[in-house]
Write a protein that binds this ligand. Structure first.
Ligand SMILES: Cc1ncc(COP(=O)(O)O)c(C=O)c1O
Length: 277
């Protein structure tokens, strides 16, 4: 929606890159779409509605070759796997605190590569982002603080910092390893339940596990599981319209595992789900 809003305001056009045969962004399709009009390549690393991890490094190579700005939405991936902006080659990366980082809600961070800071004008300016030099002039800061606001939630930011330190203390590689084992176990067990179908796409998968249950309303399944103290979520078509419309889904069920989950919990979840379908 943010892109649609900008397009409506500026006359920019949004071109959607097709998927490859695995359901992730097609690198060949991306290459084909590039011409002199393209100003930004923006992708979502991990979508909200499934376990797919997009090939962010490959996209980075295409962006670099073409000299086009590259924005990576890493909201679902930060905290569940190592993220190296240099390896990925993105110019900008956005992340949230409230998901796999296990930080406070309403927090997040934006990375902007130093070399492109001056090209990017933030949508709102205040006295943190800029200096009011004279009656009719102002000067935007030249460092990353131009993307900040004057007023801020310090407690939330401290919480985010603690969450980041905590994740780093376990190590993101170890976190990813544990999550992958649990997620694969969960996918295997879900696929064994009659009427349940795992819907995750992509060559590389992560801790989000999406599935459908034949003939059952997702919100009802969620409610019944909640009564058993098992929390899962429902991803509606609104959240990822391009993907959900193309696959003909109104919604999918989403279970996310993290390193603190146990094999026993995965098993209890699947046994409980099996008793409901
Ligand atoms: C891919 C992706 N990007 C961004 C967001 C927004 O995160 P937040 O609301 O914490 O800013 C979400 C939330 O679900 C998401 O899945």
């Amino acid at each position: 929606m943010a892109f649609l809003q900008v397009a409506r305001k500026t006359g920019a056009t949004i071109e959607v890159i097709p998927n490859d045969e695995f359901g992730q962004i097609s690198i060949a399709g991306l290459r084909q779409a590039i011409d002199e009009r393209v100003k930004l390549i923006a992708i979502t690393h991990v979508p909200t509605n499934g376990g797919l991890v997009n090939p962010a490094v490959e996209v980075g190579k295409v962006a670099k070759e073409a000299g086009i700005l590259y924005l990576l939405d890493a909201c679902q991936s930060v905290g569940q796997m190592p993220i190296d902006v240099h390896e990925i080659g993105c110019d900008m990366l956005s992340a949230t605190g409230r998901k796999y980082l296990r930080g406070p809600r309403g927090t997040g961070f934006l990375y902007v590569r130093e070399g492109v800071i001056l090209q990017l004008e933030p949508p709102f300016l205040d006295m943190q982002a800029a200096e009011w030099v004279s009656r009719d002039t102002f000067k935007i800061r030249s460092d990353a603080r131009r993307f900040e606001n004057w007023e801020t939630n310090y407690a939330g930011k401290i919480g985010l910092g603690v969450a980041v330190d905590y994740a780093l203390s376990w190590g993101l590689a170890a976190i990813e390893r544990r999550i992958r084992v649990l997620a694969e176990t969960l996918r295997d067990q879900l696929n064994d339940i009659n009427g349940v179908k795992v819907q995750d796409l992509g060559q590389q998968k992560c801790g989000i596990v999406s599935f459908t249950v034949e003939g059952k309303e997702p919100s009802k399944i969620k409610r019944l599981l909640s009564q058993e103290k098992i929390n899962i979520s429902v991803s509606s078509a609104q959240g990822t319209r391009l993907d959900m419309d193309a696959r003909g889904f109104m919604s999918v069920l989403r279970a996310s595992v993290h390193y603190y989950n146990t094999e026993a919990e995965v098993e209890r979840f699947c046994t409980t789900l099996a008793s409901l379908v």
